[in-house]
Design a protein around this ligand. Structure first.
Ligand code: 5GP
Length: 175
């Protein structure tokens, strides 16, 4: 049995979502299993040194689930990287290319101060476009971003190879 096989089997694959030809890795089935969800968070926490960052940034929406659980457990503040038009305060945004289309994420300009260290978290790394945009957005506000953490990595889509600007710590559920 490979490491994390117990969690890997709980991620279901849905063909042709959201577009024909895309195989969507659906983590909702993993989240439905309470003990497995807890193990996922515990194992993600075990991959990082909590003293090496001040905040955890999560990418809307599934990245919020994982990053909020980690923030709670580690007592770290959480930075929200949101879809456009959702943040009430003054915000900055960045556009990026997705595996299927383009998108945009935003953050509050007063969320972090220059020099603060931020761990980036999302549910899944595919082409790396989303995570790279998160890194650039945070760095644009002066954050130090060294590490990005994911539940699932799809290495065939090139994300971990592209994200050379940070250390990638996927749990590699699909590798
Ligand atoms: P990337 O930008 O790396 O190509 O795509 C990753 C982003 O899109 C993540 O925010 C992730 O939530 C979403 N995403 C892309 N493909 C999938 C998939 O197959 N399953 C899930 N759960 N999310 C995906």
């Amino acid at each position: 049995m490979r490491e994390n096989d117990d969690l890997r089997v709980l991620v279901r694959t849905i063909r042709d979502y959201p577009k024909p030809g895309i195989q969507f890795r659906d983590v909702s089935t993993l989240l439905l299993d309470g003990p497995a969800f807890r193990k996922t968070i515990d194992r993600m926490i075990a991959l990082v040194d909590p003293d090496s960052f001040d905040f955890i940034a999560g990418i809307e929406a599934r990245g919020f689930i994982v990053s909020a659980a980690m923030s709670y457990a580690l007592e770290k503040g959480k930075v929200m990287l949101r879809k456009p038009g959702k943040l009430p305060g003054q915000s900055v945004s960045i556009d990026y290319a997705l595996e299927y289309g383009t998108d945009q994420i935003e953050m509050h300009t007063d969320a972090i101060r220059p020099g603060q260290r931020v761990l980036l978290v999302d549910d899944l790394l595919a082409t790396g476009g989303t995570a790279m945009a998160g890194v650039e957005l945070l760095r644009g506000q002066g954050a130090v971003v060294d590490t990005a953490l994911f539940i699932v990595d799809l290495p065939d889509l090139g994300g971990s190879a592209k994200l050379t600007a940070v250390q990638v710590e996927p749990m590699a559920l699909m590798a």
